[in-house]
Design a protein around this ligand. Structure first.
Ligand SMILES: NC(=O)c1ccc[n+]([C@@H]2O[C@H](COP(=O)([O-])OP(=O)(O)OC[C@H]3O[C@@H](n4cnc5c(N)ncnc54)[C@H](O)[C@@H]3O)[C@@H](O)[C@H]2O)c1
Length: 346
């Protein structure tokens, strides 16, 4: 594709996460435009297509056939990711899909092979890759200010209880839905791949709090603790609590033999750096305190990266291969749960 061409974006799925993605593409008027939108819900399609002044479809096949659509952004229930990405690639469209890329590693590799054969970009809208504080922490790691990694801790917190109980969003409480491991921990499985040495083993336990407390149909876990080891012997722990009452946020801590960083999206400062055991810590510069918008801002950056990749022909920052690694860790975590918390070798 010519580097000067404005790319036409088709948005498939107009649910909760879609406004942040649409804002991202609208903020790039010289590089991209929203060409068409689609949701199986005709009311949502009508409202968004009218607001944006673009064509709306209730069948994604029609959107894929639209001549102005060069690339699609897929924001759908997890079980649909595989079939809709497959159809988009078969239609010759570049694709970015919200995490997880698909619900199994096997499905992910099928999509990677299809995208390679079709010569289209396949990226995953993994917003963690673009969160300001995580980019600054990556710089600290790359500058070797932390030293040998001894422990990485992540905590994803918020309340999914109302969403899991909402009869209008049944996919969220069905298998592969809004699950603590597949939906949430996957973010940090990706971050482990991005920042640290390979994972050699995984152990996990989960909790089905909603199902035990009045959301009887819920098949997904809303709490999880996933731990494991890196090749250097360091440990990681990823905790997820989607059954608590606190604003949505994430905590991310990296402890090494020469320094440490502690990050919390609800804290001020967001990131504190400690250079040794005597240092009570100082704010890491360049990170804005933005407890409500940090996720949306990262999604806007993700949109810009996808557009850059499509126009330049260079790889996106979040490759489908790295997103597949995250799904692989999620599958290993579920295997550990099934085996009563046993250590699963990677
Ligand atoms: N990165 C993040 O922080 C973040 C946050 C929220 C959601 N997500 C991801 O975004 C994706 C969507 O989540 P959501 O919360 O927006 O879900 P949602 O249920 O709010 O929206 C999904 C939309 O898809 C539509 N849909 C269902 N089947 C369809 C079909 N066959 N064709 C067209 N439209 C169809 C539904 O009508 C709905 O509007 C998921 O992959 C989720 O993991 C990511």
């Amino acid at each position: 594709m010519s580097a000067s061409k404005r790319i036409g974006i088709g948005v498939i799925g107009l649910g909760r996460v879609s406004p942040a993605h649409v804002e991202g593409y609208l903020s790039l008027p010289d590089e991209a435009f929203v060409a068409a939108v689609c949701d199986i819900d005709a009311q949502k399609t009508a409202a968004v297509s009218e607001e944006l002044g673009v064509q709306g479809f209730t069948d994604y096949h029609d959107l894929l056939a639209h001549p102005a659509v060069d690339a699609v952004v897929i924001l759908l229930p997890h079980l649909l990711h595989h079939s809709v990405v497959e159809a988009a690639v078969a239609a010759g469209r570049h694709v970015t899909v919200e995490k997880p890329l698909a619900v199994s590693e096997r499905q992910c590799w099928e999509l990677i092979e299809a995208a390679r054969a079709g010569g289209v970009v396949l990226s995953v809208s993994e917003n963690s890759r673009f969160v300001e504080s995580y980019l600054r922490i990556k710089e600290v790691l790359d500058a070797d200010r932390i030293g040998d990694i001894r422990l990485v801790r992540a905590f994803i917190y918020g309340s999914a209880v109302a969403e899991l109980a909402d009869p209008d969003e049944p996919w969220k409480h069905e298998k592969y839905g809004f699950a603590a491991v597949l939906d949430a921990a996957t973010h940090f499985f990706y971050v482990l791949r991005w920042m640290f040495e390979p994972v050699v083993s995984v152990q996990a336990t989960v909790r089905h709090w909603s199902a035990e407390h009045g959301v009887p149909a819920s098949e997904v876990e809303d709490g999880a603790v996933v731990t494991g080891r890196f090749t250097n012997g360091g440990h990681f722990s990823i905790e997820v609590a989607l059954n608590i009452e606190v604003p949505w946020g994430e905590r991310f801590e990296v402890y090494g033999d020469r320094g440490s960083v502690v990050c919390d999206q609800l804290a001020d400062p967001v990131v504190t750096f400690h250079q040794d055991a005597s240092d009570v810590g100082s704010a890491l510069p360049g990170v804005k305190v933005d407890p409500l918008a940090w996720r949306a801002v990262s999604m806007h950056r993700g949109a810009a990266d996808f557009v850059r990749a499509v126009r330049s022909g260079h790889a996106p920052a979040v490759t489908a291969e790295d997103a597949t690694y995250a799904v692989r860790l999620a599958e290993a975590a579920y295997r550990s749960v099934q085996a009563g918390g046993a250590e699963i070798a990677m």
